[in-house]
Design a binder for this molecule. Structure first.
Ligand code: SF4
Length: 359
């Protein structure tokens, strides 16, 4: 019996909706233009220490090399914005609180998306019999934004995130590589950035160096999550109170007036981390950190990375007695990266107390 590809796609879209995804589309595997764009970005060194980007270059742009037999990529998006979280700008505007990117206030999104993608494939297998597939969520060798664009899920904005005209950009992406010959003629969304430059103008570290070009080495998401070392001195004051990721470029994007909200409780705020007091976060023991970030993507940076980021944020805040005392408690931490950032923060607060210019 031959496969009815249109009916299969319609079934996948309905089931994906029932699983909490806001859209599902299909792309072919032709990514030559996007591969060139990626190569130019790598040649300019904008990937910083994201060595895997360079390592997986060819695999990223040739899905059938990564998963032999791949004919199509099914791309999905899921809204993550937690409605009940403290208002983002008011947290960003309060230097005694830490700001955590809103996609990671709840359960680790990998744990939410991946099993649902697998469930989708197993359900389809029951309907049509065996087929080849592999599931990816935020995976290094997958050019996920380009694939989502080709699948009709949105356009890539000047901040380099995917945006949809009716759904904004506050969603996560996932992919299924498959050998099913699904229809891949999705109409790509037109680019609606126009003359807007709000994301470029708001970026605290000027990481969007030109429209559609992000210098990851300056990006706060990179510096606070991917980068493990000593944060460049000139960038520390610009990080403000952002301790894990940054949402500014998406918060200002006019298309996010239409952004959907998280359909699943997985994204609900845990442990008050939507507006946590920095002084309290620095006081966490390693056991506290492991307990309070259990099952969360915040685990990615490890305890020393957590203390490093919180110390920088405290160094950017007011020179209160509790802030100075909390930092002093960490001044002899065994990890050099923590000690160094704590020392920097104490200097910042001391110079602020003395009324001297900081920076
Ligand atoms: S803020 Fe403006 S320029 Fe940036 S992605 Fe949104 S619409 Fe495009």
């Amino acid at each position: 019996m031959s496969l009815d590809v249109d009916a299969t796609l319609a079934w996948l879209q309905t089931e994906a909706g029932a699983l909490g995804f806001s859209a599902l589309g299909v792309a072919d595997t032709e990514l030559a233009t996007d591969a060139e764009h990626l190569q130019r970005w790598l040649d300019q060194g904008f990937h910083g220490e994201l060595d895997y980007m360079a390592r997986h270059g060819t695999l990223r742009s040739r899905p059938a090399e990564l998963v032999p037999g791949t004919l199509r990529v099914i791309s999905v998006r899921m809204n993550y914005w937690p409605d009940a979280a403290a208002e983002a700008w008011s947290v960003l505007g309060n230097a005694e609180l830490g700001y955590i990117a809103r996609y990671t206030l709840g359960r680790d999104y990998h744990r939410t998306l991946r099993p649902r993608l697998k469930q989708l494939c197993l359900g389809l297998m029951q309907r049509i019999g065996p087929f080849g597939y592999r599931v990816f969520v935020d995976s290094a060798p997958v050019l996920e934004k380009a694939l989502a664009r080709k699948a009709g899920l949105g356009w890539i904005g000047k901040h380099t995130n995917l945006i949809h005209r009716e759904h904004g950009s506050l969603f996560l992406l996932g992919e299924i590589y498959t050998d099913l010959p699904l229809p891949a003629g999705a109409v790509e969304q037109q680019n609606h950035c126009g003359s807007c430059s709000a994301c470029i103008d708001v970026c605290p570290t000027r990481a969007i160096v030109a429209p559609y070009r992000l210098d990851a080495r300056r990006c706060i998401a990179y510096l606070t999550i991917e980068y493990k070392g000593s944060i460049p001195l000139e960038l520390r004051p610009l990080i403000g109170n952002r301790i894990f990721g940054c949402d500014d470029c998406q918060l200002v994007c006019p298309w996010n007036r239409y952004a959907g909200r998280a359909p699943l409780a997985d994204f609900a705020v845990r442990n008050g981390l939507d507006a946590p007091a920095l002084v309290e976060l620095l006081a966490w023991s390693e056991a506290d950190y492991l307990r309070l970030t259990e099952g969360s993507a915040l685990r990615r940076i490890g305890y020393p990375g957590w203390l490093r980021n919180v110390a920088v944020a405290l160094g950017n805040g007011p020179a209160t007695e509790p802030a100075v005392a909390a930092l002093r408690e960490r001044a002899t931490h065994p990890e050099p990266v923590v000690r160094e950032h704590v020392a920097w923060a104490l200097e910042q607060l001391a110079s602020r107390r003395a009324g001297a210019p900081s920076g």
